[in-house]
Design a protein around this ligand. Sequence first.
Ligand code: BEZ
Ligand code: FE
Length: 283
Amino acid sequence: MSTVTIENITRIFEASLSPDMNPRAREVLIHLVRHLHAFAREVHLTHEDWLVGIDYLTRAARLTDDKRNEFILISDVLGLESLVDAISHDARGSETESAVLGPFYREGAPKYGRDETISQRGAQDGASVRIQGRVMDGDGRPVPEATLDVWETGPEGLYEQQDPEQPDMNLRGVFSVDSRGTYVLRAVKPVSYPIPYDGPTGDLLKVMGRHPYRPAHIHMIVRAPGYKALVSQIYDREDPYIESDSVYSVKGSLLIDFERAPEGSDVEFLVRHDVILKRTEAA
Ligand code: BEZ
Ligand code: FE
């Protein structure tokens, strides 16, 4: 029986794992624990430090429910969701860049027809914008079976599930492209908003000396059979938080211009955004 020491505990941990473990779980766990142990050794983690961490995670767990996931928020302000997104998307080809999903996506948004709006409250939801573009493959050919699942906050910077004033599924919708791969939808000009900061995520931001704001954006997931689903966002180029997104998700290629619509138009702003999808390996 060997005595556990600072030096040998990592090896002892690894040797204790069953050889019948799921290989991916084994790989992830071994690397995670190697880094955790190295971290504790490097910073000389004390019992008091460890208790602070446990208390922090316990508070995050108590705040987490089906409307709010504090663990996603913590991973976001540590840059982890953005890093995972970059690793899994790796857009070195011609396809449109991805952005983080965030914790506020909901499945089952209403389906809308061409040029319909995701705003259920009209002007109360903000300034109207028409967004149009094409969904293409890497060779510029239309992807006629594509759908765009879009969502954004209301003018108070809250998603509908955070805001009792908004109707269910407000500012969310799914649109289909036509046979030429083109889409037209109406939404509202997005606003910058703080991610929830009244709990452990906010405490962490304060400790780091950072603000909780995300620059104004509209989320989208673009799907089509035979193509990799694209989780992305478009950002208002003029937003003051473009350079300091609290969740590190802005990419230069996703900045867009909100152009004022001509006098007499039925919307206030116009936006153009084309999307390029990547084929799945099997296609
Ligand atoms: C969002 O853009 O919806 C979001 C992303 C990360 C954390 C919180 C919100
Ligand atoms: Fe968002």
